[in-house]
Design a protein around this ligand. Structure first.
Ligand code: 4NP
Length: 170
């Protein structure tokens, strides 16, 4: 049996979404990605979580403005914020960051070159937007939260499609 055939084994895709505070962008990414997984009946193939490079919001629910904007699109965000830990680099297959600051912080945190290769940018999965990062909406108005959700919905759709292609060996 092909050991890397995730359909033929019980191996799951383990994905960690990372931003700065873990109260706006990454919990929203996690909620959107999970909704896509559920919609596709692929629950057994994925494990997802989110975390922040800054620990100051540990234990907090996502920012109220993000929860409200996400709920209006049908996503309920119930994650509790936590900081990235060294074990995350071993526990997850893919670590997806929102911007270059997150990327640099995690490159410095990665315990090995091999684990640092798991770090990818969310913007690598944009197909409808020309930005190369997901902007921090914390100090933005309502439009900022809507833009972030637009970007994340686009990227999560493409991320899911790329992993599904991988499952089917495309
Ligand atoms: P996030 O947004 O990184 O998308 O969760 C932020 C939330 C809080 C802070 C910064 C960014 N903060 O400085 O408290």
């Amino acid at each position: 049996m092909n050991r890397d055939n995730r359909l033929g084994t019980n191996k799951k895709h383990k994905i960690l979404f990372v931003c700065l505070g873990n109260i706006c962008r990454s919990p929203a990414a996690e909620g959107i990605f999970r909704a896509i997984v559920e919609r596709n009946g692929a629950h057994d193939g994925f494990e997802t979580d989110s975390a922040g490079t800054y620990s100051g919001h540990r234990g907090d629910l996502p920012d109220r403005r993000m929860r409200r904007a996400a709920a209006a699109r049908g996503y309920e965000l119930t994650h509790r914020a936590r900081p990235v830990e060294t074990d995350d680099f071993f526990d997850f297959d893919l670590i997806i960051v929102m911007d270059d600051n997150n990327f640099t912080d995690l490159i410095h945190m990665a315990p090995s070159v091999e684990t640092s290769r798991k770090i990818k940018r969310m913007s690598d999965y944009f197909s409808r937007h020309s930005l190369d990062y997901v902007p921090d909406p914390y100090y933005m108005g309502t439009d900022g939260f809507e833009l972030v959700l637009d970007l994340l919905e686009d990227a999560c759709r493409n991320l899911y499609a790329s992993l599904e292609d991988e499952l089917h060996g495309k």
